[in-house]
Design a binder for this molecule. Structure first.
Ligand SMILES: C[S@@+](CC[C@H](N)C(=O)[O-])C[C@H]1O[C@@H](n2cnc3c(N)ncnc32)[C@H](O)[C@@H]1O
Length: 216
């Protein structure tokens, strides 16, 4: 296994071969992300994208929030289950991604339901006041707990939050150096959720770990 993979590469490839292939749009987006960005592995990719799409299509949400758009792969997947008058709001701090995100959103089936907000999630979160059905937290790891605390009151009962990278390359199970702020933050976040009586949670060992959280 490589350092990033929690499942063996041959198993992952087998799963990819036996899962619905990416649409042409997602294929092009993923390819451009790999050609033109420094850290393309940040994008969800086929399997996680399908997972997000399945969750969304099983829930049929009205309001979806995403923190951390990157090039827009996960946002397009999450949008696939939106009801006709539903909205997906996604926040990205890096203005350099904006044109690429907008050009792919413009080609997406749910283009009119996709709302991109460029800026810092800490600030923008206070301006978005929908009652969220589904939330995907996938930005700076050090702030996961702050995002969670800001968002949980705005999630409807029975709504779901998904937080990506909660196994952090397996580092959460090792002794953590005090300099390793991301691993410390992910550990704190996982503990925080585990001890929160407002929710039911499952730390799913899929890709880099997805904490699935249901608001009770
Ligand atoms: C892991 S990537 C998101 C990947 C994307 N969700 C996907 O699955 O395709 C994390 C993104 O969060 C953005 N980000 C980091 N800090 C942020 C902040 N404070 N507010 C908004 N976005 C932030 C980064 O610029 C980066 O594009």
């Amino acid at each position: 296994m490589s350092t990033f993979e929690l499942i063996a590469q041959d198993i992952e490839e087998y799963c990819e071969e036996h899962s619905t292939p990416e649409s042409g749009l997602l294929y092009r987006l993923n390819r451009q992300t790999h050609l033109e960005t420094l850290n393309p592995r940040m994008a969800s990719g086929q399997l996680q994208g399908l997972f997000l799409s399945f969750v969304s299509r099983m829930m049929r949400p009205k309001y979806i929030l995403e923190i951390g758009t990157f090039t827009g792969y996960s946002a397009i997947c999450l949008s696939e289950g939106l009801i006709p008058d539903g909205e997906l709001h996604t926040i990205e701090i890096n203005v350099e991604y904006e044109d690429r995100i907008r050009s792919y959103f413009a080609q997406a089936e749910r283009r009119d339901q996709l709302h991109l907000h460029i800026g810092d999630a800490h600030t923008l979160l206070t301006t978005l006041n929908h009652c969220w059905d589904l939330v995907f937290i996938d930005a700076d790891k050090e702030d996961y707990t702050d995002y969670y605390e800001a968002i949980v009151p705005k999630v409807k009962k029975g709504g779901f939050l998904l937080a990506d990278n909660t196994l952090w390359n397996g580092k959460v199970t090792h002794e953590v150096s005090h300099n390793d702020k991301d691993t410390l933050a992910i550990n704190d976040f996982n503990k925080h959720v585990q001890e929160d009586p407002r929710v039911r949670n499952l730390l799913l060992p899929f890709r880099d770990g997805i904490m699935m959280i249901e608001k009770l």
